[in-house]
Design a protein around this ligand. Structure first.
Ligand code: NAD
Ligand code: UD1
Length: 338
């Protein structure tokens, strides 16, 4: 299939491009580069043994209807994997309008242009954040959605609703909502990975920067949660496994699935302390830390039952925590290289 990939130069998008081409698909990439660089595409091409510039790229904002229109006039696409969006939780609290307009407004414009070109197939990047503070673990897809603690989370929840209503109104649409748990790791080649700007919000990039000596110590946000060691528990998933879930989701779209929702995680929860200890053991480096206050908006634990994706998509995560911490560290050490 020929796939429109919005946000394709970003962290998850770039890893998905690799898996798409390896599975025999092709892609057209749209990104406004607000949180990524076009160099990433050159690295993806190098990794795949493609010629430079072989993957068509448009520096276009998904809110720009004319820009999307011009791109789809030149390329006929079978489906869209829609990654483009802003994702910094703290920034979304300070700039809610920006988040609602970019994430929701951009998705509405994208849907309009896709529909005009007869492409009614989409895989959307949603998040575990739509569950809010759930009563019990593991999370299954039919758990009710909850109260999000920030505007970023609400954009995901609202876009899910928009897409559900669009598909309900027109059964020609096939839409897969993938609720990602905590993506970490990087491609084992060391050529692509996550490049957070400024101080990282998320645990893994913070750990790697402390291990590299760029930051003094990790602050563990709370050790008094009702979890085995008191620190927060999450379902971390290797980004290469996550990327493969999109290929599986395209299969569902091709089988005319209507609207489906899948949890994309490993089904195993690890605490912050387990993450630090595994990182130190596997990579042979120290990660100095101190225990701090809980972070506002955090939940004690968040992990899923991913068995619906296994049953219906034939997808399941294969990589474990050791792969995640090894590849994260490898990327940290090689990301400055040309
Ligand atoms: P990322 O920031 O690395 O990638 C997103 C890409 O979208 C960037 O390249 C950015 O430049 C682009 N973009 C943003 N707004 C755009 C716009 N208006 N027009 C065109 N391009 C635009 O983030 P990521 O980690 O790869 O996340 C991809 C998607 O998955 C996002 O929608 C994110 O919310 C979602 N998600 C991510 C996580 C995570 O932890 N990384 C978890 C759950 C869901
Ligand atoms: C965060 C976002 C969530 C988003 C997800 C994407 C918040 C409140 N939530 O979730 O909306 O979908 O990222 O991956 O920001 N931790 C520390 N010290 C740190 C950083 C994190 O102890 O410096 C702890 C956290 O308290 C948590 C765990 O590490 O227990 C994971 O944190 P993080 O990587 O930020 O992910 P989430 O909190 O799950």
């Amino acid at each position: 299939m020929n796939i429109l990939v919005t946000g394709g130069t970003g962290f998850i998008g770039s890893h998905t491009l690799v898996e798409l081409y390896q599975a025999g698909h092709r892609a057209v990439v749209v990104d406004n580069l607000c949180n990524s660089s076009q160099q990433v595409l050159g690295r993806v091409e190098r990794l795949l043994g493609l010629a430079e510039g072989e993957i068509p790229f448009y520096e276009v904002d998904i809110c720009d209807e004319q820009g999307l229109e011009r791109m789809l006039e030149r390329h006929s696409v079978d489906a869209c994997i829609h990654f483009a969006g802003l994702k910094a939780v703290g920034e979304s609290v300070e700039k809610p309008w920006l988040y609602y307009s970019n994430n929701i407004g951009g998705t509405l414009t994208l849907l309009k242009v896709m529909e005009r070109h007869g492409c009614k197939n989409m895989v959307f990047s949603s998040s575990a954040t739509v569950y809010g503070e759930a009563a019990a673990m593991p999370l299954v897809e039919d758990c009710p959605k909850g109260q999000c603690t920030n505007p970023y989370g609400w954009t995901k929840s609202m876009i899910e609703q928009v897409l559900t209503d669009v598909q309900r109104a027109d059964a020609e649409w096939n839409i897969v909502l993938l609720r990602y748990f905590n993506p970490v790791g990087a491609h084992p080649s060391g050529l692509i990975g996550e490049n957070p700007r400024g101080v990282p919000n998320n645990l893994m990039p913070y750990i790697t920067q402390v291990a590299a000596g760029q930051r003094r110590e990790l602050c563990i946000f709370g050790s008094d949660y009702p979890t085995p060691d008191g620190t927060g528990v999450r379902d971390y998933i290797h980004v290469c496994d996550l990327a493969l879930s999109h290929i599986a989701a395209l299969g569902a779209v091709a089988r005319r699935c209507g609207l489906e929702v899948y949890n994309i995680g490993t089904g195993k929860g690890y605490s912050v302390l387990e993450m630090v200890q595994t990182f130190e053991r596997v990579n042979g480096v120290k990660v100095p830390y101190r225990i701090g206050e809980r972070r506002a908006g955090d939940v004690a634990e968040c992990w899923c039952d991913p068995s619906k994706a296994r049953r219906e998509l034939g997808w399941q995560a294969k990589l474990g925590l050791e792969d995640m911490v090894r590849d994260s560290w490898h990327w940290q050490q090689s990301c400055g290289m040309p």
